[in-house]
Design a protein around this ligand. Structure first.
Ligand code: SD4
Length: 321
């Protein structure tokens, strides 16, 4: 006959077991996190694919974001990032890039010339130096000493467009140029960690020496692994004056959804600055894998990859048409 104590013990064990899957072990008790990668403009599609290859096999978000944007930097047909980027008004291709990881570590380069993959130089600034940003000649020297190759980034096509522009030298930023802009890319890996990367040749025909928001941590990109990540594209001056990406992440920290945070950051521009002929678009990604996208004007689009599906979406905007 069972003692009362033995009966209770057996019943409890049975009850507990019935709540649990049969093949329970330490590994499948861990929650699986679905990776997400989101990036600006149509050139985000191939970038997302490259990032996904790393995320899908359980790689780190920081490696995924670097690998993703490198694809766009090395594509001569993307006329606004890396190789083939449109030059400044004097014919120099000058590049800006930054990267930030889940430990709040960050690296950046600005006004860098003759290096095809500035994002990887930014990664090395982050990993191998006590600094966050290297500029111009110093960044170039650091890149060469680190084994990067000197490359002429001004392709024939970009040279031709620049020569044509010099006929009038009329400088006016264009609100949206589909297929033709900065790449900002944010990723969430299977470990639940966030990272981001942002890289550009900046505004076409800018003044020599002009640096935009894209290499500025907090402006073009910000990552806080407790909360979320954000990146910006468009007229860097508006983003810098409002510290846009930091603002988006900070709003998420205070409880905003990624979408609400992007909208509020755009409203900050709309309320304070002359936005009439200027575009800015924000992307945000939080720890739960939720995303946000919003722009000042229509025309901003982005590539989102999750569950192995990579698709373009149009962002909504403050100005409706
Ligand atoms: C810049 N934000 O240099 C970059 C360029 C860009 O649309 O995204 N252009 O201001």
């Amino acid at each position: 006959m069972k003692t009362r104590r033995k009966f209770i013990k057996e019943s409890l064990t049975l009850a507990a077991a019935s709540q649990l899957p049969l093949n329970l072990n330490a590994t499948n008790m861990e929650k699986t996190i679905e990776p997400v990668v989101i990036s600006t403009w149509r050139h985000g599609l191939p970038a997302n694919e490259a990032s996904w290859k790393i995320l899908d096999i359980g790689g780190k978000a920081i490696d995924a974001v670097e690998a993703g944007v490198r694809v766009v930097e090395s594509d001569p047909n993307t006329r606004s990032v890396g190789l083939g980027g449109l030059p400044d008004r004097d014919g120099n291709v000058t590049l800006d890039a930054c990267i930030m990881d889940e430990t709040s570590n960050a690296g950046a380069v600005c006004f860098l010339q003759n290096i095809e993959n500035p994002i990887s130089v930014a990664r090395l600034v982050m990993d191998k130096t006590p600094h966050v940003m290297l500029a111009g000649e110093g960044a170039f020297r650091f890149a060469i000493e680190s084994g990067f190759k000197k490359t002429n980034l001004l392709t024939e096509a970009s040279k031709k467009d620049w020569k044509k522009w010099t006929e009038t030298s009329d400088y006016k930023p264009v609100i949206n140029i589909e297929n033709h802009d900065t790449i900002g890319l944010l990723a969430l890996d299977k470990n639940g960690d966030l990272s981001g990367a942002c890289t550009t040749s900046g505004l076409a025909y800018k003044m020599h020496g002009r640096v935009g928001d894209s290499p500025i941590i907090g402006a073009g990109l910000f990552v806080d692994n407790e909360t979320g990540a954000a990146t910006a594209t468009g007229m860097g001056e508006l983003v810098m004056k409002t510290i846009g990406s930091f603002l988006v992440v900070e709003l998420m920290r205070q409880g905003a959804t990624p979408q609400e945070a992007c909208e509020e950051a755009v409203m900050r521009i709309v309320k304070k600055l002359d936005y009439k002929d200027l575009q800015v678009g924000y992307l945000a990604l939080n720890k739960k894998g939720e995303i946000g996208a919003y722009a000042v004007h229509p025309g901003f689009n982005y590539a989102l990859m999750k569950q192995a599906e990579n698709k373009m979406y149009d962002a909504i905007s403050y100005v409706k048409s």
